[in-house]
Ligand binder design. Structure first.
Ligand code: HEC
Ligand code: HEC
Length: 461
């Protein structure tokens, strides 16, 4: 990617209009512009593998469940847009995978994926149903003193928890042609070089650093939500989600990405149970499990529901309300908080406070989407004629990020003026994606609208 960027940058120093590269190239004044080098850095190679490599398996790729246009995750609404031939649905059309590979009903209704985290020796009984986490902000979200923590239980089962071994585990779990799972027959294992590239690509996604809270927010409800979030005697969120990320700090220093038993598995009326489908209890970290789950980052949360390891809750307000409920307050984590609380309460929030915290999470998600949209728009604008397909892809991703921003704010009636700017930004980026000659201008205008939207949300430049 660096090489590519470098190539574009040298073109752009000639003129801001990408077309001039082509013209200049045609006049052989700038031969380098006409033949961009093939991407050979790890991030580009990893991207290629992530979205296109099937490892000689059942047709799935990593992108099947972690698609870029849906925040690198899948949910029922996204799944509903896929054709019946999509490899996500292999269990529905490949008889060898018809039983004990996925539960198509739970997949389509609740976005749940079957995982045999405790081994493949009893497929009928030994499995759990989990939601698909986005793979954004991995750089700040998986490190702990005990080593990396990946997956909802943080044990990266099977393997050592690193992103590399998680990728190998994913191929064995999700890519196989039959339930025999014989490497070399049912799929091939990723090579070391492929794992390096996949790791580099995943580490490049999303935020590369944590926020520094508090942010100078303008919305009064979101601002109050941020206060409650940061208040270690009220919301207590920041103890486990420092700076709305995925690390913990109980006052003795940051301990990195940690695991807790917060009682999510004890929630009554979980959708998968209401559907009366087989849904064995998920025991979390280790074999046998200790009931703990890994803390996810929250900046990316509002637009990547449903929430928690079992997709038990659809809305961000509901996910915040969980902490006021019995399942949390009776859990080991809830009791530990109560034990050190002057009034011996775990977390107790009222309706207005739940909505305020959710508003805060919606606003920081939008700010991150705006940051990403601007980055994508800038990258898209910089592409020359030879890279027009890539430019279109980048601009289309900016459009989907912007649509998310709109949904996330609109969903709680927040910042209508920002929404209006984002709607303009989205239309401009859509036009830019279809245009070549006006791409640069339209993209600049879209970036301008994104900035205006951001200025509605925060005092920060
Ligand atoms: C069939 C859907 C599916 C496919 C295909 C898939 N994943 Fe996943 N991915 C999941 C699910 C479900 C989880 C949660 C697993 C868990 O908690 O153990 C997950 C979790 C992850 C995580 C952990 C993220 C975190 O924040 O802890 C990483 C990293 C990941 N996948 C990478 C990959 C890679 C790389 C590939 C391709 C080799 C891939 N996935 C293919 C469904 C999928
Ligand atoms: C004791 C540590 C702890 C505290 C305190 C805590 N969380 Fe969490 N949080 C977690 C863990 C662990 C998970 C994953 C649980 C699971 O899926 O089983 C999680 C998950 C979440 C999720 C779901 C994210 C997703 O992508 O699915 C949200 C939203 C969330 N927490 C918000 C909050 C808020 C808001 C507060 C404060 C009111 C809070 N948390 C307090 C540890 C904590």
């Amino acid at each position: 990617m660096n090489k590519r960027r470098g190539w574009n940058r040298s073109c752009r120093t000639v003129s801001s209009l990408a077309v001039s590269c082509v013209l200049a190239g045609a006049l052989s004044a700038l031969p380098a512009c006409t033949t961009p080098p093939a991407p050979d850095d790890p991030v580009s190679r990893g991207k290629e593998i992530f979205f296109n490599q099937t490892f000689n398996g059942n047709g799935r790729t990593c992108g099947t469940c972690h698609p870029a246009r849906n925040n690198f995750t899948i949910d029922p609404a996204f799944i509903a847009t896929l054709p019946p031939t999509d490899p996500l649905f292999v269990a529905e059309f490949n008889p060898a995978l018809g039983k004990n590979f996925e539960n198509p009903k739970l997949m389509r209704q609740f976005g749940l994926i079957l995982e045999n985290l405790d081994g493949f020796d009893d497929l009928e009984k030994k499995f759990v149903m989990r939601g698909v986490p986005h793979v954004l902000a991995q750089r700040t979200s998986i490190n702990s003193n005990q080593g990396p923590r990946t997956g909802w239980s943080g044990d990266g089962a099977p393997g050592d928890g690193s992103l590399r071994s998680f990728a190998t585990g994913a191929v064995i779990q999700h890519f196989t042609k039959t339930l025999n799972r014989v490497p070399g027959v049912d799929f091939r294992l990723p090579t070391d070089a492929e794992l390096d590239a996949l790791e580099a690509f995943m580490l490049s996604l999303g935020r590369q650093q944590d926020l520094a809270l508090p942010l100078p927010l303008k919305g009064i409800v979101a601002k109050r939500g941020q206060e409650i979030f940061l208040d270690n005697r009220l919301g207590k969120c920041n103890l486990c989600h420092v700076n709305a990320g995925a690390t913990a700090n109980f006052g003795t220093g940051n301990i990195g990405n940690a695991n807790f038993n917060t009682g999510v598995a004890n929630l009554p009326d979980q959708p998968a149970d209401l559907a009366k489908e087989p849904n064995p209890r998920d025991d979390g970290f280790g074999r046998p499990g200790d009931g703990t789950f890994n803390t996810p980052p929250l900046v990316e949360a509002a637009d990547s529901g449903p929430f928690f390891h079992n997709n038990a809750i659809e809305t961000i307000e509901g996910a915040v309300a969980f902490y006021d409920g019995e399942s949390f307050n009776n859990s080991p984590a809830g009791r530990a908080l109560a034990a050190v609380d002057p009034n011996k309460v775990g977390i107790e929030l009222d309706g207005t406070q739940i909505v305020a915290i959710a508003a805060f999470l919606r606003v920081i998600n939008t700010l991150e989407n705006i940051r990403q949209s601007i980055e994508l728009l800038e990258e898209g604008a910089a592409k020359g004629f030879a890279d027009r397909k890539e430019a279109r892809e980048l601009l289309e991703r900016a459009v989907s990020e912007t649509q998310d921003s709109i949904k996330v704010l609109d969903g709680a009636g927040l910042h209508p003026e920002a929404v209006a700017h984002l709607q303009k930004a989205s239309k401009l980026a859509q036009k830019a994606a279809r245009s070549f000659f006006r791409r640069d201008t339209l993209t600049r205008q879209a970036i301008d609208e994104q900035r205006k939207a951001r200025a509605q949300l925060t005092e920060a430049p």
